[in-house]
Design a protein. Structure first.
Length: 423
């Protein structure tokens, strides 16, 4: 084999070689659990099989890529080398440009944050996503109760948003089981549970999963403590649990007066505070106001570090109100709730607001569900000393109203004084 072609193939697929090695380690870890654990429980058996399954998948993709590379070189000869070298050069240059991008800390959780992350990773690799861990519903709630781990759902979505993976791998990690005891559970959640099981902590498990999936930037749980979110409605009713708070209008309609954590003095992760201190731009949202963004501000020192930071601080306004949380809320109402729960005000410099129009058919469906577009009361917002950036950021994704990832990322970079096209 021509040495030049071999070197090019090796460089092109070096990340798959590392994933193949990681796959072998997963398989070994799974075998160790099976062989050395006496009286193995069902959950441990599932985790052991998952470790082996993940390892097999990683090894399969590794061998597939290497085989295709060798076949391509042997059948096509030198004609492919210049193109391959050009592709490698482009990737190296692009990655070097990403490393020179701004240092951005994104705070929140849920679908909104993962949308923003998908856009930002195209312009900078210096991203820190600080994510709430108060989720207690769905598959995350099951693992939280069964394994005593922190909820993996929002963390998983953010890891995938920043990951450099093949489409099939992403489909695998997002796959939800349809039958049996695991019905409704996400494979990605189980992957993170297995990673946590072979790591010294949940934070280390998140970091190790991020390395396996070649994540751009880093994903950080805001705290390692087991916390629950509690809401007090204006009529005095107390609702415990993030999943119940978001749906309380179905069994007890009423506006939320405040939310708080079920324990005092919740300590943040040092890495999360460091990410805030090091950021040149801090972004809150988009996402559910009371169940995704505010829970991060209730953890000790987080709001204070944001307020003291010299970074440009941006709030991304939601496009639609959320039934059970923010019915009838304006942009000002959202910001006011942030300030009240943070215990300090004046820490937001800019607010990004969508101007795109939701198609009538989709908007009527949202109205039927009790949601409406968030109205911009610009004068009230400006009186808080906040500058407003209005852009058409609307995207319709499978019938749902979302922010366009790239347009939103460009709006954030514009405020930060960076030209997205040159990064």
């Amino acid at each position: 084999m021509n040495p030049i072609k071999f070197i090019c193939a090796t460089y092109k697929y070096r990340k798959w070689l590392s994933k193949g090695i990681a796959g072998l380690l997963f398989i070994i870890a799974g075998i160790i659990v099976l062989v050395y654990r006496a009286n193995i429980h069902t959950v441990q058996l599932i985790l052991a099989l998952l470790l082996c399954g993940i390892g097999i998948v990683l090894c399969f993709f590794c061998f597939k890529k290497i085989l295709l590379a060798l076949l391509q070189i042997n059948s096509n000869g030198l004609t492919q080398v210049p193109t391959t070298m050009l592709d490698i050069g482009k990737k190296i240059y692009h990655r070097s440009q990403l490393r020179e991008g701004p240092n951005i800390a994104v705070i929140g959780g849920g679908t909104g944050i993962s949308t923003l992350l998908r856009g930002l990773k195209q312009f900078t690799s210096n991203i820190s996503a600080i994510i709430t861990v108060a989720d207690d519903g769905g598959g995350s709630g099951m693992l939280r109760r069964d394994l005593g781990m922190l909820p993996p759902g929002d963390i998983r979505n953010c890891i995938l948003a920043l990951a450099d993976t093949e489409p099939q791998m992403e489909k695998l990690l997002q796959y939800r089981f349809q039958e049996g005891d695991l019905k409704g559970q996400s494979f990605g959640n189980l992957f993170l549970a297995a990673m946590t099981g072979i790591s010294e902590s949940f934070e280390a498990g998140v970091r190790n999963m991020s390395e396996v999936l070649a994540v751009t930037g880093r994903v950080l749980p805001v705290t390692s403590e087991n916390i629950n979110l509690v809401a007090e409605l204006e009529d005095g009713l107390i609702i415990k649990g993030e999943s119940k708070i978001g749906e309380h209008n179905k069994f007890h309609p009423g506006r939320i007066k405040r939310v708080y954590l079920d324990k005092n003095n919740v300590k943040p992760l040092k890495s999360a505070l460091d990410a805030i201190d090091e950021a040149s731009v801090i972004v809150l949202g988009p996402g559910s106001l009371y169940t995704s963004i505010i829970p991060n501000l209730l953890v000790d020192d987080v709001a204070e570090r944001i307020a003291r930071s010299g970074a440009i601080k941006i709030y991304v306004a939601n496009i639609m109100t959320q039934p059970g949380e923010t019915e009838g809320y304006t942009v000002y109402d959202h910001i006011n709730a942030l300030y009240r729960h943070a215990g300090c005000d004046g820490f937001i410099d800019y607010c990004i607001v969508n101007t795109g129009r939701v198609p009538d058919e989709i908007y009527r469906r949202y109205l039927d569900d009790g949601a409406s577009m968030v109205r911009l009361d610009a004068n009230r917002v400006k009186k808080l000393g906040i500058k407003i950036l209005e852009r058409d950021l609307l995207q319709i994704d499978k019938g749902y109203v979302r922010h366009d990832p790239v347009k939103l990322a460009k709006a954030v970079l514009e405020i930060g004084g960076y030209k997205a096209g040159k990064l």
